[in-house]
Ligand binder design. Sequence first.
Ligand code: ZN
Length: 213
Amino acid sequence: MNMRPKKQQLLRWLPDALVQTRGSALGGTRYLTFDDGPDPDYTPRLLDLLARHGVNASFFLVGHRVEQHPALVERMVAEGHLIANHSWSHWSFKPMPLRKQVEEFQRTDQLLRSFDQQPQHRLRTPQGYLDTRLLLYCARHRRNIVYWSYDSMDYQKPSHGELVARLRAAPPKAGDIVLMHDDSDRATDALAVLLPEWLAQGQRFHALPGNAA
Ligand SMILES: [Zn+2]
């Protein structure tokens, strides 16, 4: 989840079709992204909140959790959210051979395809890990990796008050890809307060476009 700012800087030099760290700022759009779901306890409340405000988002899903909770993924697609690929097991990619990393993505792609009929999905590795071999593989096979430009740091388990205060003090800007998680209530609770404020200020939120390949 966390990444050293220096690495983030380097990734910005790569073409968006290979590694995307920001979205289009046209129309003042921001892009909410949620990792690690679907979760039967937390995802439904988040989907309710997004629906209430007419906001679409992108969900980077863990394959084995998709298998356990398919109805939540059907709902995401039906409600206009982007579903994307956050590996099958969510194990660390660091000690994994490339062949196994690719298997993680391919197995999840295959399952996600049954929901949205797309052959490939945008990728985000667990913890944002990316080594040169995987980068070259993605370039060769036209796979697209999505990072973020705005880290909510909801995974650091801040209190509700802390998280709201921090996000309110420095809200996402146009074009920002916002990293959040739906394996707890933290992001949903904060957005329940902030989304109405941000929308009233004229901020707009959309799902990322799908995989170009
Ligand atoms: Zn994750």
